[in-house]
Design a protein around this ligand. Structure first.
Ligand code: FES
Length: 494
């Protein structure tokens, strides 16, 4: 199932097209919006793609590589562990490509026989016909010979075909049906892991082949089990082609029917004993706490949600997860030392790598509106940056927003991950970062800057996280400026 056909022309999905020319989907969408690239029901023609990117070297995917690097950071370097598919998968893909090559060779041979025959016929008519026939057959023969001897039209087109074939050897493309969601399975990843990495929230539970919650029907294509599973499918399910997404990888391009998470209500409450992987001090009073779940009990959550943490001294507190659901095993939290916060105190004074921290959750409705076509603005105040970071990383994984602009307002020295935000700006041409410092962290500073940068806010969704007073100002300011209520999503973080 490489790509859909439309009136015989092979079309590429946006995800595949972006990967071929080495840009992000957001960059492609920008071109489409400007009218520089035509689409047919969300798909593009290879020749239009090449026209839109005439200078792109297909063997040099600069922007995409930088983007992938950023995503790797978000996924705690998990991606680098897997690059090559397993031998069995590679052999299957090579066999598929070889069959296509054999078929194409046979077609080319047949077309050559037909053109030779045509040339002979033209010559025959030229010899036996009158002057009128010779006047027609002569130019026809010349044209035919000229067309057949013409050099390959374009080296760039050849590079495109080579890269497309290589991409199909190294990755498998998955489309969820019905709908347009799509992603690539790389290396020996399971289909579930690949979907999570692409920011697609499929329904799952144990991630371990036991609960059956991730079962999905394979409509077309072939999968391969990656681990043993005791889950018992019914005979009907077996006959209909059901597999466990957490236990199978894609051998070739797939279409699958899989259940997606509709919202926070679809995620069960979970209780997990996590281990401290690392504690990074980001200043005198700020710590980045890295927790890792057991391999067989990962945290299913939506970007922007929070959990309750409990340390060995019996202290507990709610914290937004500051990392992306694309890595559901390695979780990050921004812990600020504040008077009276026993958990933060314990983190700074006693907690060490290897210790257990209990986690219960997820909770909260602060999440990205997946279906919104609008660009995104993020307003963070202080540690409100934690859930905003999760949203931004998720938006990057989804790669559908045309542009993202982060405003981070904090007291002097409070932008504890400034370098990370700057690295996003350097890597992505659709990401802007504005850090605002005010002695008393005044919210009107951010709001004035916001309307100065974006005089017309109607094309944006705005996500704001921070203390109550900040959110009240944001709400009031945007309401006074007639900003639609349903385009503002807020989360209180003190
Ligand atoms: S998530 Fe439980 S079987 Fe796949």
């Amino acid at each position: 199932m490489p790509d859909q056909s439309n009136n015989g022309a092979q079309l590429l999905s946006l995800t595949r097209a972006a990967r071929l020319v080495g840009v992000t989907r957001g960059a492609l969408q920008k071109k489409i919006k400007k009218g520089e690239l035509e689409t047919f029901e969300g798909m593009v023609k290879p020749e239009d793609l090449l026209r839109a990117y005439p200078d792109t070297q297909l063997d040099n995917s600069g922007e995409l590589e930088r983007f992938t690097h950023i995503k790797d950071d978000a996924f705690a370097h998990r991606v680098r562990e897997v690059l090559l598919p397993g031998p069995e998968v590679l052999a299957e893909r090579l066999s598929g490509l070889s069959k296509e090559l054999a078929k194409t060779r046979m077609q080319v041979g047949r077309y050559k026989t037909i053109t030779d025959w045509l040339y002979d016929k033209f010559s025959e008519h030229e010899r036996s016909g009158g002057q009128d026939i010779r006047n027609i057959m002569g130019p026809l023969k010349l044209w035919l010979r000229h067309e057949l001897e013409k050099q390959s039209p374009n080296d760039y087109l050849q590079s495109y075909v080579v890269k497309e074939s290589f991409l199909r050897l190294m990755t498998a493309h998955v489309r969820l049906v019905p709908g347009q969601r799509e992603f690539f399975v790389e290396g020996s990843d399971t289909i579930l892991d690949a979907a999570l990495r692409a920011g697609i929230s499929l329904r799952y539970g144990c991630s371990n082949g036991n609960c059956g919650l991730c079962k999905a029907r394979v409509v077309s294509g072939k999968t391969l089990p990656m681990r043993h599973s005791d889950y018992a499918f019914s005979e009907a399910e077996k006959n209909q082609g059901y597999v466990l997404l957490c236990s199978h990888t894609a051998v070739n391009d797939l279409e699958i029917e899989a259940a997606e998470i509709g919202g926070a209500q679809d995620i069960p409450a979970q209780q997990i004993a996590t281990r401290v992987k690392k504690i990074e001090l980001l200043g005198d009073n700020m710590a980045l706490l890295h927790l890792q779940t057991p391999r067989t009990k990962r945290l299913q959550f939506l970007a922007g949600q929070a959990v309750t943490l409990e340390t060995a001294n019996g202290a507990e507190a709610d914290y937004p997860v500051a990392s992306c659901p694309c890595d559901d095993r390695n979780l990050q939290f921004h812990v600020q030392r504040l008077p009276g916060n026993r958990l933060a105190d314990y983190v700074f004074k006693k907690l060490k790598p290897g210790d257990i921290v209990s986690l219960v959750g997820p909770k909260g409705e602060f999440k990205l509106g997946e279906e919104s076509p609008r660009s995104l603005i993020f307003l963070a105040h202080g540690t409100g940056f934690a859930p905003i970071k999760s949203l931004i990383e998720h938006a990057m994984a989804r790669d559908v927003a045309e542009s993202l602009h982060l405003y981070w307002l904090s007291d002097d020295g409070g932008h504890y991950l400034n370098n990370l935000c700057r690295s996003w700006t350097d890597a992505l041409d659709n990401f802007q970062y504005t850090s605002l410092t005010a002695g008393a962290a005044k919210s009107d500073l951010a709001l004035k800057q916001l309307t100065k940068d974006h005089p017309d806010l109607s094309g944006f969704d705005i996500y704001a996280a921070g203390p109550e007073a900040f959110l009240t100002s944001v709400n009031k300011y945007l309401r006074d400026n007639k900003f639609p209520d349903n385009q503002l999503i807020t989360s209180r973080v003190d």
